[in-house]
Design a protein around this ligand. Structure first.
Ligand code: GLC
Length: 435
């Protein structure tokens, strides 16, 4: 009996927890776009972020010397926040500390930080968090669990380690206190809306004490969202770099994507994605119920590469024009009904079709068991006809609906058709013809 009471109590508290979770996730589900920022000492010489020494492309000491060149002399957090706002993003995630262990804020847990060790001589994280809050942009803090610089962290270079957790539990405990202390600092100082952990793959949930870390965050900051890199203790999935062929099975997910080939600034990397490529990937994400976390890598002086400013500006124009089709939408038609991304209003009365301007000006919906009240090319105030093809008058099987978008109404990237329905979306998925 006792056991039963205990079990039901645990089950109930799990349910309560799950309910809290879904309500705290609401803003994230509606946000759709976040901007990821990788800023660290790696931008000084343009090495790859942390991996450069871990993978032995650069000796550790040489890598760390980059800290002497981190001046942040042109850093303008207000400009950063304004640019993020202009892009249409509803949240931003900034690297408070990458795998190299260098903290952007004035951590009390050790001395390896920008304020203590670099010529910038100041906390460069706090002013940005303040600007985000002032602009109504949600704050996400990236924190690397891995710390290859810490003398008590086991891992170091790709083929050498300081020790193993199994052979020196005491030393691992010391590290654990350190990293959990840093998370406490961040949680207390910034109360982030979201924690974006990274590097959980180096240790198990038990080794990290992932359950405890989650609880510790939520105790102080109950609405904090935690990304899926905490060994099973996060709130959403984080596929990386390319659009997954089928959507992740978790209710919430976010694709993180570089705007060129690297997360941080690199002189040698000019392989930028075009605004069209980014917008089409973004449309795929929201059509599949996910978010896009698009990365920029500011230079060591604090300026944002002009190519990334261009991408964010173009994305912002497109988002502004098509705002109602994007933010607070839900996924639209399944692929059998429409070849392309689509979203829908939450009441299922309005469909939004994303039609790539570079490929075609034609759009077709199959199996739509609704009457179309109107079809508008979003942002143009112009309506176009919906031509129903193959509908047999005495059969209940719907015809195919064709739309032709006049050339002059095409968006330079992706045109959005706004289709008002007579009743909530109803799809027919049976045989064709006179069935
Ligand atoms: C990977 C990389 C890391 C990067 C992160 C961003 O985990 O290890 O360098 O910061 O992806 O998603």
């Amino acid at each position: 009996m006792r056991k039963f009471i205990f079990l039901s109590f645990t089950f109930l508290s799990f349910l309560v927890q799950a309910q809290q979770d879904s309500s705290k996730m609401a803003w994230f589900g509606d946000a759709k776009l976040g901007i990821f920022i990788h800023w660290g000492i790696y931008a000084v010489n343009g090495t790859s972020e942390s991996w450069a020494f871990h993978n032995k492309q650069v000796p550790y000491d040489k890598y760390m010397q980059q800290i002497n060149g981190f001046k942040a002399q042109n850093y303008d957090p207000q400009y950063w926040a304004n640019l993020i706002k202009l892009s249409g993003a509803r949240y931003a995630v900034i690297t408070s500390k990458h795998h190299d262990g260098v903290a952007l804020w004035n951590t009390k847990m050790n001395n390896l930080s920008i304020p203590k060790k670099s010529p910038a001589k100041r906390d460069v994280l706090t002013p940005f968090t303040q600007e985000l809050k002032a602009n109504g942009i949600k704050l996400g803090i990236y924190y690397s669990l891995i710390d290859w610089s810490h003398p008590n962290y086991p891992g170091f270079l790709k083929d050498s380690a300081r020790y193993t957790v199994q052979t020196d539990t005491l030393r691992w405990n010391t590290f654990r206190k350190f990293y959990q202390g840093q998370i406490q600092e961040l949680n207390t100082a910034y109360q982030p809306d979201l924690f974006w952990f990274d590097g959980d793959w180096e240790h198990s949930a038990a080794e990290w004490q992932a359950a405890k870390v989650r609880q510790m965050i939520l105790d102080k900051n109950p609405k904090a969202i935690i990304n899926g890199r905490l060994q099973g203790y996060g709130d959403y999935a984080t596929p990386e770099q390319n659009f997954p062929i089928s959507r992740p099975s978790t209710p919430y997910w976010e694709l993180c994507l570089t705007s060129n080939d690297n997360w941080g600034f690199r002189f040698i990397d000019s392989n930028f994605k075009t605004p069209y490529e980014i917008i089409s990937i973004f449309a795929d994400c929201i059509s599949n119920g996910g978010n896009l976390l698009l990365d920029i890598g500011p230079k060591a002086d604090g300026t944002i590469p002009k190519e990334q400013v261009h991408i964010l500006t173009e994305l912002g124009k497109w988002n502004k024009k098509h705002e109602e089709a994007i933010f607070a939408s839900i996924p639209g038609l399944p692929p059998q009904h429409f070849y392309g991304p689509s979203t829908m209003s939450k009441d299922s009365l309005t469909l939004y079709l994303f039609v790539s301007s570079t490929n075609s000006q034609q759009a077709v919906i199959r199996g739509l068991d609704n009457k179309i009240l109107s079809a508008e090319v979003l942002g143009s105030n112009r309506y176009i006809p919906a031509k129903v093809v193959g509908k047999i008058s005495w059969s209940h099987v719907p015809g195919l609906v064709y739309f032709t978008i006049p050339q002059e109404l095409n968006d330079p990237y992706i045109t959005v058709l706004k289709i008002k329905l007579d009743k909530p979306l109803k799809l027919y998925s049976g045989k064709g013809g006179f069935d």
